[in-house]
Design a protein around this ligand. Structure first.
Ligand SMILES: Cc1cc2nc3c(=O)[nH]c(=O)nc-3n(C[C@H](O)[C@H](O)[C@H](O)COP(=O)(O)OP(=O)(O)OC[C@H]3O[C@@H](n4cnc5c(N)ncnc54)[C@H](O)[C@@H]3O)c2cc1C
Length: 479
């Protein structure tokens, strides 16, 4: 039987996998392979937390494939060379994969596809990572969207809610060289990851269980519950989605089936968030410089503050003395994930109260988030910093005390991650300085009111500098 390599990348699943399904449909025996080539993602090579996830996801996938009689071939090195070696070792005459849309990956894949085709290999790629491919949605004028609402109006009309493609019932065995998973050295040498597995189970089964749990426990109340960090009110599917352990189509199908007959109404707020995920990819596809340049060019002239290493570290480690910020940053460090509302609050604090360039925050998130995703992380940071497409205006500085009081009114979330404050009543927990501070908990790193004022002054300075003919651009921070 003719063989096809199914080149798995961030589609670590067997169900609803268009490339795998197409290979089988075309009459090939599918040989599943994963190539570890982190340097090809430069300058955004996978961070420590996502490498942990990848290790466990590959382990789960290996188990799933072996149950069906097959094998996952693991290789490392340059993708093009590794594919050539796999073709030589397996006798495959086709290579199928699902498309990804980050700038570096697209460039690489285009070259690989042309090269394979020129050698008579049946090279084909498929859509399966998003609700809709970034190039398939355009404004009436044929331009990419820059504003979410009209983008969503367009996308929401095209969402495919058909049943996901089935997983294969069996897979062929193959005698070819495969690296041991440990040889990829994905697990951290300093074991800071113990909290990750308490909250997450990487792999396709874990993804489906998380979706099921969400549908049963939180979908109906998601519209309001999604803003409250003290509870499990969101799906926590983001790392599963990043690694493609579940497809957006499978989620849509499950949501609409669950919520019938008021299906669309109940599911809409959640689908809209998946829409933001697509929007982030749409923006990065059409504006590939966004990963380190602002969408709004005016922000090239923004007077970011010089970084004080001690303050940056206090933010990273949840030692700012501002309870909701510290709870969020400790949640991130301990669990590899942070609630979306709190991500916005901590990002606003870094880019506005501390006035540090958003890339300092994006890089820390990149290393510590299990769901670190170039499109979503870039969009989240630029949105909060005020320099992104359709962003919160820079002058909207989140007040962490007011945000805490509104979204964590009883202080349950803060107490979970900042046990030093356990004795405080809900009335004062978001501003411990109002009771003279708490022993063992740091004093507030900054004066929130004064730093807000200087952020606004810096914003005014940027706007004024744009009117000056010789305004010079600020450089970006280096590592
Ligand atoms: C500063 C900042 C950085 C962020 N970095 C990332 C990142 O690296 N990776 C990442 O996946 N998300 C990122 N987000 C978006 C969002 O915080 C997470 O997707 C969300 O918290 C994941 O939790 P969940 O799966 O429970 O979300 P749910 O509320 O259950 O949403 C379902 C899915 O929709 C998508 N989604 C939800 N909210 C957003 C959003 N605001 N933007 C884009 N997609 C969204 C995610 O894929 C998510 O899994 C960031 C947000 C901010 C403000």
């Amino acid at each position: 039987m003719r063989r096809a390599l199914v080149w798995l990348r961030r589609d670590l699943r067997l169900a609803d996998n268009p490339a795998l399904h197409a290979a089988i449909g075309a009459g090939y025996a599918p040989i599943l392979a994963y190539i570890h080539a982190p340097e090809e993602d430069a300058p955004w090579q996978p961070g420590a937390a996502t490498k942990w996830w990848l290790h466990h996801s590959l382990a789960a996938l290996t188990g799933g494939i072996e149950k069906l009689g097959g094998r996952l071939l693991l290789r490392a090195g340059h993708s093009a060379a590794a594919l050539d070696a796999l073709i030589a070792d397996t006798g495959a005459t086709a290579v199928y994969w699902n498309r990804l849309y980050e700038p570096a990956t697209r460039e690489r894949d285009t070259v690989i596809k042309a090269n394979l085709k020129s050698r008579g290999i049946d090279a084909q790629s498929f859509a399966g990572h998003l609700l809709s491919e970034p190039f398939s949605i355009k404004t009436g004028a044929g331009e990419p969207y820059r504003v979410f609402t009209p983008y969503w109006r367009n996308l929401s009309q095209r969402i495919d809610s058909s049943a996901p493609l089935p997983a294969p019932r069996e897979l062929p065995g193959i005698a070819a060289h495969s690296l041991a998973l440990d040889a990829l050295a994905l697990l951290p040498s300093i074991r800071w990851d113990s909290g990750f597995s308490e909250r997450f189970t990487p792999g396709e089964t874990g993804a489906n269980e998380a979706l099921e749990f969400f549908c049963e426990s939180a979908l109906e109340s998601y519209a309001n519950g999604r803003d409250l960090p003290d509870r499990h009110g969101t799906s926590r599917l983001s790392p599963h989605l990043h690694f493609g352990e579940i497809s957006p189509r499978a989620i849509v199908h499950r949501l609409l089936a669950h919520a019938a007959p008021a299906a669309k109404l109940v599911a809409e707020p959640y689908l809209r968030e998946l829409g933001w995920r697509d929007f982030g990819h749409h923006l990065l596809f059409h504006f590939p410089h966004l990963h380190d340049q602002p969408m709004q060019p005016a922000f090239q002239a923004f007077p970011w503050a010089e970084v004080d290493a001690g303050k940056l570290r206090a933010w990273q480690r949840g030692q700012t003395g501002i309870p909701i910020i510290d709870a969020g940053m400790r949640e991130l460090w301990q669990t590899g994930w942070m609630h979306n509302r709190v991500r916005m609050i901590v990002a606003s604090f870094l880019t506005k109260n501390l006035r540090y360039h958003w890339l300092h925050g994006a890089r820390w998130f990149w290393d510590t988030l299990l769901d670190a995703d170039l499109a979503n992380n870039t969009q989240g940071w630029q949105w909060t910093a005020g320099c992104g497409a359709d962003a919160a205006p820079y002058f909207r500085v989140f007040n962490p005390v007011a945000q805490g009081e509104r979204f964590d009114p009883l202080g349950v979330y803060v107490k979970r991650f900042v046990p030093e404050l356990k004795q405080l009543s809900p009335k004062v927990i978001h501003q411990p300085w109002s009771v003279g501070g708490v022993s063992g908990y740091p004093k507030a790193l900054v004066d929130l009111k004064l730093t807000r004022e200087s952020a606004l002054a810096a914003f005014a300075q940027m706007r004024a500098s744009l009117l000056e003919p010789n305004a010079t651009a600020q450089t970006r921070p280096s590592d």
